[in-house]
Write a protein that binds this ligand. Structure first.
Ligand code: GLV
Length: 323
């Protein structure tokens, strides 16, 4: 049987799918493996089920000569050098679709938490500081009827936009390619260039994949363009925002607040970020529900199995490989 290596313990349902079909090995440690450890453990594997915390680069691929399939258990695949995989005829797949709604829910959870200071308020109550209702206690910012700006109108951006209807929020969006007028009408969204969106939106939620084009898409200049009363929410990838510039902008009150699920140098935070009061921080959990993480793992396992069997891989990222 062909060897498959799974780089971290994933939901059992996915392992149950893989086990009868291959020689399955799973990282027994509850941590990311160092490159040398991964090479040693995965050596001889034809399939690798990996996570966004694994750096699948040319150096690693050269040390795993039997590898034919890399199934990322994530929709984003900026952790994988796809070109290097293609050059070596290695199929790469991801898990799109199954985490769309869950991630959109989290973007909204962060938006609401930031606007209404939910985390600060929770800490206040726990510390026994709540001595009774007060007219000026924890005044936040209104969400309903404010302008939502969505950067990146793909599957997740659209799911975030749809949720704005219930809050009576106009939605403006920026995307490298504009949607058709019909689609804009159907979704009730208005196109803006990035500069205009930054100036007009009260809440800005980012949903672009990380690439060389989107790295530091939001930097010092962009943060200065935002309203001083606006909030920035990021559930995409940390490096889309220049985190150091964000810390400075938050210190200088260039914007009202930020809510982040992802960081530039995960799991490290930019110096000063955690000390700021006007940020809400989560540990990259936008897709972290029992249901979604199970769906993602099963999808990654199925991508891998179809590849092992020589069948058409459903979520293949590099169809140009010779199979
Ligand atoms: C999570 O961040 C993912 O890309 O699936």
């Amino acid at each position: 049987m062909k060897k498959v290596y799974v780089t971290r313990l994933i939901p059992q349902k996915a392992l149950d799918i893989l086990r009868p079909e291959c020689q399955l090995e799973v990282n027994p440690h509850d941590r990311v493996l160092e490159k040398e450890e991964l090479v040693a453990a995965a050596y001889g594997a034809e399939g690798l089920l990996c996570l966004l915390t694994d750096q699948i680069d040319a150096e690693l691929l050269d040390q795993l000569p039997r590898l034919r399939l890399v199934a990322n258990c994530a929709v984003g695949y900026d952790n994988i050098n796809v070109q290097a995989c293609t050059q070596r005829n290695i199929a790469v797949s991801n898990t799109p679709g199954v985490l769309t709604e869950t991630t959109a829910d989290m973007a909204w959870a962060l938006l609401m938490a930031a606007a209404r200071r939910v985390v600060e308020a929770d800490q206040y109550v726990r510390k026994g500081k709540f001595k009774g209702w007060a007219p000026m206690l924890f005044l936040g910012r209104e969400v309903n009827r404010k302008v939502l700006g969505v950067i990146g109108m793909g599957r997740i951006g659209m799911a975030v936009a749809k949720r704005a209807v219930g809050f009576n929020m106009p939605v403006i969006y920026y995307n490298p390619t504009r949607k058709s007028l019909e689609e804009e009408r159907r979704l009730g969204i208005l196109y803006r260039d990035l500069e205009t969106l930054l100036k007009e939106a009260d809440y800005i939620s980012i949903h672009v994949p990380l690439s060389e084009k989107t790295r530091h898409l939001i930097g010092e200049q962009e943060l200065k363009r935002m309203k001083k009363s606006a909030y920035l929410i990021n559930t995409s990838r940390g490096p889309v925002i220049n985190e150091k510039a964000l810390v400075q902008a938050l210190r200088d009150d260039e914007l009202a607040g930020a809510a982040l699920d992802v960081y530039e140098e995960e799991p490290e935070l930019a110096p000063g970020l955690a000390e700021l009061k006007n940020v809400t921080l989560a540990p990259h959990i936008a897709s972290a529900t029992v249901e979604t993480r199970t769906r993602m793992a099963v999808m990654a396992a199925e991508n891998l199995l179809t590849g092992l069997k020589g069948e058409k891989i459903p979520n293949l990222i590099n169809p140009e490989i010779n199979r």
